[in-house]
Design a protein. Structure first.
Lengths: 237, 237
DNA sequence: CAGTGGTCTAGACCACTCG
DNA sequence: GAGTGGTCTAGACCACTGT
């Protein structure tokens, strides 16, 4: 979106509708102008009006029902774009030094519960890594990760002091889907020791499971010391 | 998107490009097919090819540069849609009972630091509420909130045992922008007491600042007991 | 200059929903 | 049947980038 001749017509229409929504005309659930109304009101072709409304739909501001009309949405779903970044990039972008310590990297037989959580057949093998990431020498993340060998057969041969599992897995299987949970917990004794924090230090724990095209890729438990790490973000509707 | 005649042409093209990206053709940064190439390859009009590529751009899968071409993106930005839900809806959707206890609701003069954090002029007044939300009688959230009176003059007269501040503020000022941070911390002594947890219990703390059209709306500190609450979500690229 | 993306038009056909 | 959204076309003009 670099080309903005004083203003594109579809953008005009989008603005008009957005401001109207913001101002409370068209309360949630009410009918909004139809495409043909916009066509006459703004003297544009239908494709242009359509694009404006379709983009609002993609942004979640309106709902459209074929044969019926366009409706303002209940905006409590204020969805946002949470950017999951690779910790390595985050650190180096701050101009700091990132280092990884690999404490474990091996193949294991899956336990029953793990097989279930990952969606793997019982009795199969998984790759298991335990890596501590630090920023300028300060431990920032303890990453306990299981990987589906079928999706990343060379995983164990990767040098994780040079790249991160996240980064590597993105090259092997881009375009994934993920479920995550974020919670506050005390670390396990081992995690506390690896991170160099007291066992009583609250930690921010992200559990993330990713899959691609229906088959699981990885399950990771990311433990951050609460005193050293926060997730930040912003969103616009 | 209810109407899918066997398959829309633009969707065909999107799929073709997505699968190619997923398969590793067009590694990150490389040039992708131009619109005119897609036009001949798929026998469609340029508008149709354009729509396919434009939607991929909106999804963050490609970058486009006018006069140059379309490029595959570095996918480490795996952006997602984090849905900020109203706790009341979340609880009632589980079939449980939500109750709010209002511990504080008054106007105050802003402190200097608060004025700065909210982006308000020093010396002005703000509304301040402190509400504890519980699910089936168990405290789940301690909500400490400051509100800009200019944006919600009737805020203090709202009955917060019947609606939530989030809900009310959405009706007053829809379409907002927000910055948030998520961290793990110990609660303050007051918060621990209000939530009925030990002061040593890790808490998930979300600090959210919202504004709309450049003027601040509210600043909230949401404290959840770590043992009772997790943020969950999923995303697809 | 040729090639790219950014936008727009004036039609068109279709599927769906409602009265 | 009238009105809605969903899609598509075959052109067009423009701005930008490279060589």
């Amino acid at each position: 979106m670099t080309y903005l001749p004083p203003a594109a017509a579809y953008a005009h229409i989008k603005n008009y509708l957005k401001e109207g929504l913001s101002a409370g005309r068209w309360p949630p659930g009410t009918l909004m102008p139809s495409e043909s109304e916009l066509v006459t009101q703004f003297s544009v072709s239908r494709m242009t009006a359509n694009r404006a409304v379709r983009e609002l739909q993609a942004e979640g501001l309106v709902e459209r029902v074929q044969g019926v009309g366009t409706f303002a949405t209940q905006p409590y779903r204020a969805s946002s774009t949470l950017t999951i970044r690779d910790l390595h990039d985050e650190i180096t972008e701050r101009g700091h030094r990132h280092r990884s310590e690999v404490h474990l990297a091996r193949a294991e037989a899956v336990s029953e519960t793990l097989a279930q959580r990952m969606g793997l057949p019982a009795g199969s093998e998984v790759f298991h890594t335990l890596i501590v990431h630090s920023e300028n020498g300060v431990p920032l993340l303890c990453e306990d990760r299981y990987v589906n060998p079928a999706r990343a057969p060379d995983y164990l041969s990767v040098d994780f002091t040079r790249t991160t599992p996240t980064n590597y897995l993105l090259t092997v299987a881009p375009l994934w889907e993920a479920q995550y949970s974020i919670e506050a917990q005390l670390p396990t004794a081992e995690e506390a020791q690896l991170l160099g924090v007291k066992p009583s230090e609250p930690c921010l724990i992200v559990v993330r499971r990713t899959e691609s095209q229906g088959s699981p890729i990885t399950l990771a438990r990311l433990v951050h010391p609460g005193s050293r790490y926060t997730i930040e973000g912003s969103f616009k509707p």
